[in-house]
Design a protein around this ligand. Sequence first.
Ligand code: SF4
Length: 78
Amino acid sequence: MADIDKLKITIIRDECIGDGACCDDAPNTFELDDDGIAVCKAGSTDSRDTILEAARNCPTDAIVVEDVDTGEKLVPEG
Ligand code: SF4
C-alpha cells in the first residue's frame, strides 16, 4: 500500500495562495488546478515523510493531513 493511502489529505481551498510550494516539495502528490489552487494527484508514490514535509512547508497551513488509521492530525501541528 502506498504511503498516501494511509494519509487523509485535505486542502483548504480558501487558504491556498497558489504559490506551488507543495508541488515543488512533493510533485507526485500535489499540483495546481486550473484555478491555481493546489489539489492532490491520484496514485502518488511519494513517501510519507515527503508528503508531511510538503504539508508542513505550506505558508498558510492550507494542507491538513490526518493519519487514516488513528485519526490523528499530523499537520498542522497543534
Ligand atoms: S503550499 Fe499551500 S499555499 Fe502553496 S500551493 Fe500548496 S496548498 Fe497552496
